[in-house]
Design a protein around this ligand. Structure first.
Ligand SMILES: Cc1cc2nc3c(=O)[nH]c(=O)nc-3n(C[C@H](O)[C@H](O)[C@H](O)COP(=O)(O)OP(=O)(O)OC[C@H]3O[C@@H](n4cnc5c(N)ncnc54)[C@H](O)[C@@H]3O)c2cc1C
Length: 419
């Protein structure tokens, strides 16, 4: 029956109007393509992922939204790691990043941030639609794709784009249909989070820092937002969740109580919303493209929030997705070549930060992070990663290689000592 619905033609259809979708759509519209972007919700809508990185700034500037983001954001000059184990607090200011061009970032309510990007796409000529969910996708060989979507009145709409970019986030619309999506067993398991008011803030000069409190079997984030709001979340490893029998939300408060540094900061806090949870959050699809489509942002893969890398990786992969779409619209052969190259780049970029992320609960890595030494610029290399410098510049990679060498030596020594 849906065959009877006349399809709307376009060059590129973008599924999802989050940071990845809006970025790619804007870039393609700027190149003169006819782009339709479908978002199942209505902006502004809540989303987790509020801490941005300095390397986001050139992208936001290029898209023309930096002044608006500055307006809604909290100035973030660095990140601090906090230990309950005696090391105290260690600050990593972004100005120490190697060859830093941007020395700060912003922390934002994602409802506001995502809406800015989405409306910006519309201002660049993207046909943006909200409250419309993509439900089916077919890619008949040698023809336009066939995309079905349902709007708020349960009306079925049909689109026939020449290329599709999937920016559907954790829903992973195409990866669930055409690929195998694997959860990452090396990484933490789930997050429990909400917003508070009147959380103890840091002193002047540090008030915009994100705090990462390293606790047993996991870590907490504290992200300062405007109006005295603090986003607080606990991320736990498998052990933390396995050993807790009750509801996940109880685990949040158990972990708060176990951590003197977190409980002190939350002592006078007012909880603003119920706790939310996200499980199985680290994953990757076996591939990020197929004939006629390319997946961008979380729709392809998600690492972990500890280095606040999600939005940056999503936006950078959107730039790649736009390149793939342009090439595909030129010829399928050029599209395939570009997709292969860009997929390799995305994987390499993720690899460059993944090892550090997966080691966040490792005692030796924690010791190194909490007692940073700048021998061979190892500390500054870590700060470069914290700033989002995943591009593979040797000047950053060499100090990080030294850091990994020291880490391996520490691990070997510990394994020998414990027999
Ligand atoms: C606990 C946690 C904490 C995090 N903290 C941070 C952080 O501090 N900093 C950071 O940078 N990142 C963080 N992230 C990651 C960040 O949230 C994501 O990486 C980022 O939002 C990815 O952007 P995206 O555009 O790919 O996906 P999304 O932002 O999820 O956007 C996808 C959009 O697609 C829409 N959609 C989905 N399915 C359909 C469909 N079928 N039809 C139409 N529309 C659809 C959705 O409604 C959504 O608006 C965190 C993630 C988690 C889980």
């Amino acid at each position: 029956m849906t065959e009877a619905i006349a399809p709307e033609l376009c060059d590129v259809l973008v599924i999802g109007g989050g940071p990845a979708g809006s970025t790619a759509a804007t870039l393609l519209a700027r190149r003169g393509y006819c782009v339709v972007m479908l978002e199942k919700e209505h902006h502004p809508r809540f989303h987790i992922g509020e801490s941005l990185l300095p390397c986001n700034l050139p992208l936001l500037r290029d898209l023309g939204v930096l002044p608006q983001v500055k307006e809604i954001g909290v100035f973030k000059p660095g990140a601090e790691f906090v230990s309950d184990g005696g090391e105290g607090r260690v600050a990593f200011p972004f100005r120490w990043a190697i060859g830093a061009r941007e020395t700060h970032a912003y922390q934002v309510r994602r409802s506001e941030f995502d809406e800015i990007l989405f409306r910006n796409a519309a201002a660049h000529g993207v046909s943006t639609r909200e409250g419309i969910r993509v439900t089916e996708a077919r890619f008949p060989p040698g023809q336009r794709a066939d995309i079905l979507a349902v709007d708020g009145q349960k009306r079925v709409c049909r689109f026939a784009p020449r290329f599709v970019l999937d920016g559907s986030g954790r829903d992973g619309f195409l990866s669930h249909r055409f690929h195998e999506r694997r959860a990452n067993k090396h990484n933490s398991t789930a997050a429990i989070f909400t917003h508070f008011r009147h959380v103890e803030r840091r002193e002047s000069g540090m008030e915009g820092y994100i705090s990462i409190h390293l606790v047993e079997d996991g870590w907490f984030w504290m992200i300062p937002l405007r109006d005295d709001v603090m986003s607080v979340g606990f991320v736990g490893d498998r052990k933390a969740f396995r050993e807790h029998a009750g509801p996940r939300t109880d685990l949040f408060w158990k972990k708060v109580a176990e951590s003197p540094s977190v409980s002190r900061r939350l002592a006078n806090a007012t909880q603003l919303n119920p706790l939310s949870t996200t499980g199985n959050y680290s994953y990757r699809a076996d591939r990020n493209w197929g004939a006629g489509y390319y997946m961008i942002g979380d729709a392809y893969a998600f690492l972990d929030p500890v280095f606040s890398s999600g939005v940056l990786l999503a936006m950078r992969s959107a730039y790649r997705g736009a390149r793939v779409a342009s090439a595909w619209l030129h010829s399928a052969e050029a599209g395939r070549r570009t997709a292969r190259r860009e997929e390799r780049r995305t994987k390499a970029e993720m690899r460059r930060v993944a090892w550090m992320i997966y080691g966040i609960n490792d005692p030796d890595q924690r010791k190194l992070l909490l007692n940073p030494r700048n021998f061979l610029r190892m500390r500054d290399g870590v700060i470069s990663l914290l700033a989002g410098d995943f591009g593979g510049r040797w000047i950053v990679q060499l100090p990080l290689a030294a850091f990994r060498l020291v880490l391996r030596t520490m691990r070997r020594r510990r394994t020998r000592a414990t027999g």
